[in-house]
Design a protein around this ligand. Sequence first.
Ligand code: MG
Length: 264
Amino acid sequence: MRIVRFSPSAADPSLNLGTDPLFGVVAEGAIAVITGDPLYSGIKPTGQVVPISQVRLLAPVLPRSKVVCIGKNYADHAKEMGGEVPEEPIIFLKPNTSVIGPDDTIVWPAISDRVDYEGELAIVIGRICKDVPKERANDVIFGYTIGNDVTARDLQKKDGQWTRGKGFDTFCPLGPWIETEFVPGNQRITTTVNGEIKQDGRLSDMINGIPEIIAFITQVMTLLPGDVILTGTPGGIGPMPAKSVVTVAIEGLGELTNRLSNHG
Ligand code: MG
């Protein structure tokens, strides 16, 4: 199932669906609207169907509390960052205020001179959990979407830790939907900037797999429904020129496209 969160307000006002974000299940270019947020209330169709072309897709999940990220989880990326593969996963947080949706604009902060893409597989957590054993990791996953761990690389390097460089508003595009039946394997993941492929990897190249990541994070912190985990980026990172169009694509999941603003 592909679950979208959307706003009808940018669309045909005759849809008359109210102004709050709505949720639906996508099939063949149409959205079957459902009641409430599927993370909390299950999938209950209202009977209303709208063409996907007539709505504005939002980030498919707005994390209640946090986006947890894994650093250096692909060997070729660890190498290009000038380091060895870390012994244990490196985790850090992006604030939920950094989340934007498909086609939203990434805003280039005035205090940075270099804004990078990092295409990543994103896990959406479906239930409250702590100390999840690897064998039970699948039980806490609601589904998967695509993420872009946008990074002010100069500030990341300058600070020696990553909160500022990765925490700006708009620095966590997510979307276009949550795929509940996706099974991570060796699917291709690419990041394209202005039509040129910059990152081209396989999910199977991750150093720590999904069960290991969930077990590791939940040793530390409780995860809540709607929390998101970004699983790391393949090699090929780099800066985006102003007004770039950046697309992260994952085989079987779809494509997430955003535009970078002018230098702030
Ligand atoms: Mg990253």
